[in-house]
Design a binder for this molecule. Structure first.
Ligand code: PNS
Length: 163
């Protein structure tokens, strides 16, 4: 059986925590599609969707069964259109659990055939989030060990004058 999963998110920007999860997910499914939500309700993003797509593509070149796509509308509809059996999500701490549980249950209600798989990133990334990365970078903090090198470069060009 060919197992395909979707790893959805905003990825504004990709972090090493996301990358860690992508690598873990890619080991347990045949095909993993990293899917960027185009119409996120999270406010104005720092990076455009094409920029985020490119950063993820560059960072996952070494993973042959990983591809990158974008979607809007319901995740379950996108998953179905892709023929995916599962959604992959990362859980870093208990605080993530409530939101993730609600989403997983809503997605199950919308499509009982679609399973949600939760995986935990490496301990060293349990506190890393795109929101914190942007905040710290804007204030001149060093995020070089927390995001891939291409993301550091993009951050520098978006927010000139920082590290
Ligand atoms: O990384 P994020 O921003 O927490 O990802 C959230 C995401 C994109 C997985 C979620 O917002 C989503 O799936 N949105 C699509 C709309 C949808 O399907 N909503 C119903 C499920 S609650």
């Amino acid at each position: 059986m060919h197992t395909k999963a979707i790893y959805p998110g905003t990825f504004d920007p990709l972090t090493n925590g996301h990358l860690d999860l992508i690598a873990r997910g890619a080991k347990i499914v045949d095909e993993l599609v990293v899917a960027i939500l185009r119409n996120s309700e999270k406010g104005t993003p720092l990076f455009t969707v094409p920029e985020r797509e490119e950063m993820i593509r560059e960072s996952t070149l070494g993973l042959g069964n990983v591809s990158v796509a974008t979607f809007d509308g319901l995740l379950v509809d996108f998953a179905r259109s892709q023929g995916a059996k599962a959604v992959l999500r990362g859980i870093r701490a208990i605080s993530d659990y409530e939101y993730e549980f609600q989403m997983a249950m809503m997605n199950r209600k919308l499509d009982p055939e679609l399973e949600t798989l939760f995986m935990m990133p490496a301990e060293k990334y349990t506190y890393v989030s795109s929101r914190l990365i942007k905040g710290v970078f804007h204030l001149g903090g060093d995020v070089t060990s927390l995001v891939p090198p291409n993301v550091v470069e993009r951050l520098k060009s978006k927010v000139p004058g920082k590290i």
